[in-house]
Ligand binder design. Structure first.
Ligand SMILES: [Zn+2]
Ligand SMILES: [Zn+2]
Length: 320
């Protein structure tokens, strides 16, 4: 079912709605904050139910009716369907590796075929989940429908990806740079989703680190095509000259943590990392909320009872 306000103007989508989620407390969307966000701090449970009856809203992902006040119009079933990536991953780019005979580097780390062929300019990339199902829909909700409260829960996920990288950060910790949008795209959308998600993540102090955004360091100098539809050669050509370093003095001698919403093919972050290294950055890290895994990966990664939280049921049966 299409979201109730898909395709309508962003302002229409910003209303406070109800959620059936109790799980949102974990994300910081407590019942109290939901009520306060709505300017309805005196509401009781019964009043919430009445409000829900008077102003009904549906989950923007699955269409189920929402019964709790929330700024994020997504139900608990949809939120809890999003799981972390786990299992055998390339130790550099995070691609899924299934073969027990996957190539090992000198330190015994597993590498995918791409990273065995040519190591990227970044040290390591980490993502929270696979770019499909509920996670893809949550990202799309923020990016294409302007539901900004989605940045909070996506930021929490990004924070987990940052925490996985953090043990290798040296001192001082890396400066954080969201992958920029081209000015035209920024004007169309009204915000850079990667920046909103990064800001949300940093507010939660992942790995207890006081990471700071470095503003205006990297600039997208021209619009690019979506990299998913292009061949590898076309992707490289698409990215050529697409970014520029605006403040090289803030990069030289620094570690950098690049942030993007989605790691699709890695071409975008690899190009940014290449430029940052050329400007004197010492080590580049990449954290994204989601990652496109190879087609082979999708069907094979299923949850078990043993450690369900660490495994990734990538398809939500209710929504596929
Ligand atoms: Zn839902
Ligand atoms: Zn790799």
């Amino acid at each position: 079912m299409r979201p109730a306000c898909a395709g309508r103007r962003r302002s229409r989508c910003r209303r406070v709605v109800f959620s059936s989620s109790t799980d949102l407390e974990r994300t910081g969307f407590t019942a109290g904050s939901r009520v306060e966000a709505a300017g309805l701090s005196g509401l009781t449970g019964a009043a919430e139910s009445l409000f829900a009856t008077l102003f009904p809203a549906d989950c923007r992902l699955c269409g189920a009716p929402l019964i709790r006040i929330s700024r994020l119009p997504v139900c608990q079933d949809c939120l809890s369907s999003v799981r972390r990536i786990a299992g055998g991953l390339c130790s550099i780019c995070g691609e899924a590796i299934f073969s027990p005979y996957a190539g090992l580097d000198g330190q015994g780390e597993s590498l995918c075929g791409v990273c065995r062929g040519l190591k990227p300019a970044y040290v390591q990339a980490a993502s929270y989940g696979s770019y499909e199902g509920g996670l893809r829909e949550l990202i799309d909700l923020l990016k294409y429908e302007g539901v900004r409260p989605a940045a909070h829960i996506l930021g929490r996920m990004l924070g987990e990806a940052i925490t996985r990288l953090a043990p290798e950060f040296g001192e001082p910790p890396p400066r954080v740079i969201p992958v920029p949008l081209h000015l035209r795209k920024f004007d169309e959308r009204g915000f850079n989703q990667s920046q909103l998600i990064a800001q949300a993540a940093l507010r939660m102090k992942p790995a207890a680190l006081d990471l700071r955004l470095a503003d205006g360091v990297l600039k997208r100098t021209r619009a690019t095509l979506s990299e998913r539809r292009l061949s590898r050669a076309q992707r490289r050509e698409n990215m050529r000259g697409a970014f520029a370093i605006e403040k090289p003095v803030e990069v030289a001698g620094q570690q950098i943590l690049l942030i993007d919403d989605v790691f699709a093919t890695g071409t975008t972050v690899s190009e940014c990392a290449r430029l940052l290294r050329r400007a004197g950055a010492t080590r580049i890290w990449v954290a994204t909320v989601a990652r496109t895994l190879s087609g082979e990966a999708s069907g094979a990664r299923v949850a078990s009872h043993k450690d369900e939280d660490e495994l990734v049921p990538l398809a939500r049966a209710a929504h596929v």
